[in-house]
Design a protein around this ligand. Structure first.
Ligand code: NAD
Length: 499
């Protein structure tokens, strides 16, 4: 990165393509801090060509050597954590301690990728027939691309490229144009760790850059994380162009609060999971479904008290609980959802629409908001609000609560609060959601499991990182082998061989 225009990172070098730029904001102050270049088709093609050129040698680099680069990369990420988290905070607005958590979850994927020699070991069977051996090998795909959202500028790219690269692929990443600096810096660190030129490339940009990746026949696979309408477009276009695709979309994550739940635990969990990172997490808990009015009344009362103590403010103040949202437009959209809930008959218990942060009057702040008596047919319930807004739906039974969740178009995360093991077990087994918590508000799978939702929260088959990540970024080849001189020769055979 040089100057105030953020460029691209192609073939180990910073590249400028300033024909078109877009403002990057500091959401805490509301000021424009930089500009980002939006890559033209030609610039994206330059990145794809660099990745294509680097592939043959990288493919043949032993997994152990690839893994050693990841070990060095992990060290560099840790050494540069302060700089990375500051870059995240400046452009995203999340508080530094939250940015540190995001980076740590990303580093854990790098740690998993360090196991490449073990992960890529393949399968072997001696004597599948007399003197015939067979093995399956997991081979890289070639050039693969990643397209990522604004809300985790470090973690989500780290879900993708360490896995793709240790599996022997080369990579072109298109980060969010709204907060690209930390992502670009991380790619430079990977290069510093010893990655050969062209193996990892970053192009900043918008639709033109994405569409170039989707239509270029040299790109073998696309990993996408972002909103559902775009995820669906990416999946359909990638498939129509013969590419493998995993496209993770939006969410509406419900927590069921059973009458026997530990209320103190529920209140502290909901505060963090609904308002942490201003609710701009795809695993944020945005709906609390209470079973019985007694639990609902107690919960509303306790949450209202606890929310008075929440501290909203600039990313740089460590004592703040959460910061601004990403843009003025997004702030207006969130406020619109709160107003629509009110107009459609819900009750605003704590109203964050008019919250101001002293000294930061132009920042994109929305205060923590609590809405009661939400109904399934309200627009604010159907939509992903992606802001610091917790909606409460009151139902009478657990079955009713589960039906709400199962009927919702999204199926990313959910959880249940209860002391009843039998109820929790039934919930885990029957809920139509990909990531489930029991008394755990944000059940984000660790790096050696895999992350992904169901229904319209994921288009494609394989989840991201972990064992599914290895599957996604490799293709199986199975070899069956006989050496006739030692194993004896067979005559002509016209029937299907049965060993
Ligand atoms: P977004 O869909 O607006 O953007 C994601 C990426 O797609 C960006 O790189 C953007 O440049 C690109 N893009 C946007 N519009 C495009 C278009 N018309 N054509 C081609 N490319 C386009 O998402 P966002 O606002 O950056 O991120 C927030 C969303 O991401 C939320 O919906 C959130 O739930 C979701 N998300 C999901 C997960 C998950 O794992 N399921 C994780 C994080 C975020």
């Amino acid at each position: 990165m040089t100057g105030s225009i953020i460029g691209h990172f192609i073939n180990g070098e910073t590249v400028k393509d300033s024909t078109q730029t877009q403002d990057v904001y500091n959401p805490s102050t509301g000021e424009v801090s930089k500009q980002v270049s939006l890559a033209s088709k030609a610039t994206v093609e330059q990145a794809i060509a660099a990745a294509q050129k680097a592939f043959p040698e990288w493919r043949n680099t032993p997994p152990l050597k690839r893994a050693r680069i990841m070990f060095r990369f992990k060290e560099l990420l840790e050494q540069n954590a302060d700089k990375i988290t500051k870059l995240i905070g400046e452009e995203h607005g999340k508080i530094i301690h939250d940015a540190r958590g995001e980076l740590q979850r990303g580093i854990e994927v790098v740690e998993y990728a360090c196991g490449a020699p073990e992960l890529l070991k393949g399968e072997y069977t001696k004597n599948v027939g007399t003197n015939i051996d067979a093995w399956s090998d997991f081979q890289p795909l070639g050039v693969v691309a990643g397209i990522t959202p604004f809300n985790f500028p470090a973690m989500v790219p780290l879900w993708m490229f360490p896995m793709a690269i240790v599996c022997g692929n080369t990579f072109v990443l298109k980060p969010s144009e709204r907060d690209p600096s930390s992502t670009l810096f991380i790619a430079e660190l990977l290069h510093e760790a010893g990655l050969p030129k062209g193996v990892m490339n970053v192009v900043n940009g918008g639709k033109e850059a994405v569409d170039t990746l989707l239509h270029d026949s040299r790109v073998q696979a696309i990993s996408f994380v972002g909103s559902t309408p775009i995820a669906e477009y990416i999946y359909k276009t990638a498939a129509a162009n013969g590419k493998r695709c995993q496209a993770l979309g939006g969410a509406k994550n419900h927590a069921i609060i059973m009458p026997d739940a530990d209320l103190d635990n529920v209140v502290s969990s909901l505060l963090g999971a609904a308002f942490g990172s201003s609710g701009e997490r795809c695993m944020a808990l945005s709906v609390a479904v209470t079973i019985g009015d007694e639990m609902a009344d107690k919960l509303i009362q306790e949450l209202t008290q606890a929310m008075k103590k929440l501290k909203l403010g600039a990313y740089s103040e460590m004592s703040n609980d959460f910061g601004p949202v990403i843009t003025k437009q997004h702030k207006d959209k969130i406020i619109g959802h709160i107003t629509s809930a009110e107009q459609q008959g819900a009750k605003i218990i704590v109203d964050g629409r008019y919250t101001q942060v002293s000294g930061y009057e132009n920042g994109f702040y929305v205060g923590a908001t609590l809405i009661d008596y939400v109904k399934p047919d309200m627009d604010s319930y159907k939509a992903e609000i992606f802001g610091p807004v917790l909606q409460v739906i009151r139902v009478k039974t657990m079955e009713e609560a589960m039906k709400l969740i199962n009927d919702h178009e999204y199926g990313n995360g959910t959880c249940i609060y209860t002391r009843d093991g039998e109820a929790a077990r039934y919930f885990c087994d029957n809920i139509l959601v990909g990531m489930v918590g029991v008394n755990i508000p944000l059940p984000v799978p660790v790096a050696y499991h895999s992350f992904g939702g169901w229904k319209r929260s994921l288009f494609g088959d394989l989840h991201i990182y972990g064992p599914d990540g290895v599957r996604f970024y490799t293709r199986r080849k199975t070899v069956t082998q006989r050496w006739p001189s030692s194993g004896g020769r067979e005559g002509v055979q016209f029937s299907m061989p049965t060993m």
